[in-house]
Design a protein around this ligand. Structure first.
Ligand SMILES: *[C@@H]1O[C@H](CO)[C@@H](O)[C@H](O)[C@H]1NC(C)=O
Ligand SMILES: *[C@@H]1O[C@H](CO)[C@@H](O)[C@H](O)[C@H]1NC(C)=O
Ligand SMILES: *[C@@H]1O[C@H](CO)[C@@H](O)[C@H](O)[C@H]1NC(C)=O
Length: 489
């Protein structure tokens, strides 16, 4: 009897201890979450720009499209997948499409592919439109970034060939150039196949929410709005030029009669950047590229001439590999350690700096922004024209939540942090380079010397939206949000 009650008492007190430990852990988690949120919001509020009398100006190229958001696992039937997941540079058949989709899905990796089979593409679009939860929205990096800048109070010039109907989906104040008078435009349609974390496709399970983008573009690969932008650029006199959308040239059949049309178009992009005065900053937004020839063109015709590049973790691994070894990385870790991403950023910085020298470029790379699911990392050269790196990382982090949850308010019940409270800044000597996120200072910043330059790194944890509403276009919002605070008039 006595021993029985002792036992019961012991079990009870164990339970109490466990309960207390569990409860305390959760409580601490909430305290950290709410402190991170408050301080990110403080940094954002404390660094408003575009409120003065001088309105900042941004010009953005190239292209636009109609995005068709589709539930990936409703559109595709895993039973049609014959054989193993596999990567293809370009998609020509349903069989290749399913293999390619499964390949990225099982890695949770973002992808964008060109489907050269127009008939199949149109069939898939028709099938997608018939599904219940399919939605239309305006798409393309340039329009999405344009809208973000406009919302933040900037004056915006956008280069894109788009129909009047599509133009109607952008705020009126954005100046759009690209179409000739009375020209009829048929908008390119991009299919955004979305899936949630833990979604199942046959035996495959997605490790994180993401999207697979498919396109069959006619206008965008030719950067058909480039000349019109050129005509308007000088009068507009932007503080910032954003180059994006070049991934639409990926795997596009360009060589005709021994001429490489793509190389010619990219030379014009280079000239467009060079035509601007040096005090206009130029940013290049990376994307999902697989065509090595195109990537190599970027390393000689675009990257040596920009001040800034923005990208996600997949694009970072790919760019680093192309610069370092001339090899494409099709899929990388979709949730890399901070130390790994920082090492790749250092490497990309060095390699592009060498390209700057090699090409005798007057502009040098002074900024890299990498956005991942779990954190935002921004490198800037100190004494460059980029300001407020800490606040920019904070704003990018908040934008990631707001975009994915589709809500302006940050609700703690729908947010989580994936990061621990400290991290190594490099994989080389894990123990000697730990940085701590202070609860009241969630953005960690420190200085280093790279290629003889004093640089600042800032890393902000992302308040991750646990109920993903949107994934495509998040990168555009996030990259633009980061840039908004960094340009000083
Ligand atoms: C994302 O950006 C778009 C366009 O820039 C904007 O309309 C939308 O409100 C943004 N979403 C959030 C939640 O910030
Ligand atoms: C797709 O549809 C399935 C079944 O209705 C649903 O469980 C899933 O959450 C949907 N996925 C997305 C990304 O909306
Ligand atoms: C880091 O510290 C751990 C534990 O103290 C040790 O086992 C490990 O070898 C150290 N690593 C390096 C790279 O110094």
């Amino acid at each position: 009897m006595a021993s029985g009650s002792v036992k019961l008492g012991t079990i009870l007190s164990f339970c109490v201890v466990f309960y207390a430990m569990y409860y305390r852990k959760n409580e601490l988690g909430d305290v950290r979450l709410s402190s991170v949120k408050d301080h990110l919001l403080f940094l954002e509020n404390d660094n408003r720009v575009g409120m003065g009398s001088l309105q900042p100006r941004v010009a953005l190229g190239y292209g636009a499209c109609q995005d068709l958001f589709v539930n990936a696992t409703s559109l595709l039937d895993y039973r049609d997948l014959k054989g193993n997941p596999e990567h293809f540079n370009e998609i020509t058949s349903m069989e290749e499409f399913l293999k390619s989709f499964a390949y990225f899905f099982k890695h949770g990796a973002a992808a964008e592919r060109f489907m050269s089979n127009s008939e199949l593409y149109d069939q898939l679009v028709a099938k997608a439109i018939d599904l219940d939860d399919t939605k239309w929205a305006i798409g393309g990096n340039a329009p999405l970034m344009a809208r973000r800048f406009f919302t933040e109070g900037w004056k915006v010039l956008l280069a894109a060939k788009m129909s009047d109907k599509l133009k109607g989906e952008l705020p009126q104040g954005i100046n759009i150039v690209g179409v000739d008078m009375n020209e009829h435009v048929r908008d390119d349609v991009h299919m955004i196949l979305e899936y949630k974390a833990d979604a199942q496709f046959g035996v495959y399970k997605a490790p994180r929410a993401n999207r697979y983008i498919m396109h069959n573009d006619e206008n965008n690969p030719l950067l058909s709005s480039l000349e019109k932008l050129g005509e308007n650029l000088h009068n507009f006199n932007p503080h910032l030029l954003v180059i994006s959308g070049l991934q639409m040239m990926d795997n596009f059949p360009f060589k005709q009669n021994g001429k490489d049309l793509r190389a010619e178009r990219l030379d014009l992009v280079k000239e467009q950047i060079l035509s601007l005065p040096e005090h206009t900053l130029a940013h290049f937004e990376m994307a999902s590229y697989v065509d090595l020839e195109l990537l190599l063109h970027l390393t000689t015709k675009v990257l040596p001439y920009v001040d800034s590049v923005g990208m996600n973790e997949q694009e970072l691994s790919n760019l680093n590999s192309v610069l370092e070894q001339g090899k494409v990385v099709v899929v990388a870790d979709s949730n890399p350690r901070i130390a790994t991403a920082l090492d790749q950023m250092r490497s990309v910085f060095r390699l592009i700096r060498h390209k700057n020298k090699q090409h005798g470029s007057k502009r040098q790379l002074t900024r890299i922004h990498v956005h991942t699911l779990a954190y935002q990392a921004i490198l800037t050269v100190k004494n460059s024209d980029w300001k407020r790196t800490e606040a920019a990382a904070a704003k990018a982090s908040l934008t990631a939540y707001r975009y994915v949850c589709d809500s302006k308010n940050i609700e703690l019940e729908r947010a989580k942090l994936l990061l621990d409270d400290s991290f190594s800044t490099t994989t080389d000597n894990d123990n000697n380079s730990r940085v701590f996120f202070e609860p009241t200072k969630p953005v960690a910043c420190w200085n280093e010397v790279l290629e003889g330059e004093d640089v600042e790194f800032c890393v902000a944890p992302v308040l991750i939206c646990t109920e993903a509403q949107l994934t495509a276009g998040a990168g555009d919002n996030i990259s633009a949000a980061g840039l908004v605070l960094q340009v000083e008039l």
